[in-house]
Every structure is written in structure tokens, then in C-alpha cells.
Design a protein. Structure first.
Length: 128
């Protein structure tokens, strides 16, 4: 997509930063799930009797909690697949650019690229 030739060293750094980005996203995801699971269910919900509304079953408090977790996992799984699955050398720069724009890769880490690549990444991010 971009007309920038990556050196072997740039490609190696891309692979490293893609791994770093995935680890940071997974950490944030796990921390978010921990927040969901550690939030207590209000006693009123736990003690509420089962009732049907308009003929349909109402989910219980634990089932609602499960649904929140399930939806979060499914959404994150789709995100990870879109961002990380099937990345080849021709798309390394695209992946790192997305990570950099999402602040999952730092300026210090970007500074390890060749000057041309570093400049491109910083200019692109500044233009947003």
C-alpha cells in the first residue's frame, strides 16, 4: 500500500512490534474482563424472582453476566483476527502503523526504525 521499502532490520522490528502490540491489547482485554467479573451483582437482582415479560423469558443476573463476557470475547476475537491474522511482509508496515496510531506502540519504539520509516509513521499519525 505504501511505497516504502523496508530493510531486513525494519521487517524484523515490525514483527517484534506486532507481537508487542498484540500482547498489550491482550493485557487490556484481560483487565477489562476482570473488571466485568469483579463487579458485584446487586443483591436486588440476585434475589429477584423469575418472571416472564410478554411471554419471553427474562435472563437471570448470572446469565446477563455471562452474556457480557461472551460478547466482549467475541468482539475482541474479531478485532484480533482483522488486525493480526495473515500478516505478511507486504503488510507489516500497515499493521505497525495501526498499532502506532492506536498508541499501542510508542515513539521510542518507532525511533528504532530506519529514518525513512520512522518519519513516515510519525507524519501519518500527526496528520490524523
Amino acid at each position: 500500500m505504501w511505497n516504502i521499502e523496508l530493510t531486513k532490520s525494519d521487517k524484523r522490528l515490525c514483527r517484534e512490534l506486532i507481537h508487542v502490540g498484540l500482547e498489550r491489547e491482550c493485557r487490556k482485554f484481560v483487565e477489562d474482563v476482570q473488571k466485568i467479573t469483579s463487579k458485584p451483582i446487586p443483591l436486588a437482582e440476585l434475589n429477584a424472582s423469575y418472571q416472564e415479560e410478554s411471554g419471553g423469558a427474562v435472563e437471570g443476573p448470572w446469565h446477563k453476566q455471562y452474556i457480557k463476557i461472551f460478547n466482549k470475547v467475541r468482539s475482541f476475537d474479531k478485532h484480533v483476527a482483522r488486525r493480526y491474522d495473515g500478516i505478511t511482509g507486504g503488510h507489516y508496515l500497515d499493521a505497525v502503523l495501526a498499532l502506532y496510531c492506536d498508541d499501542l506502540v510508542t515513539d521510542d519504539e518507532i525511533s528504532r526504525f530506519s529514518e525513512k520509516v520512522e518519519e513516515f509513521l510519525k507524519r501519518y499519525k500527526e496528520s490524523l
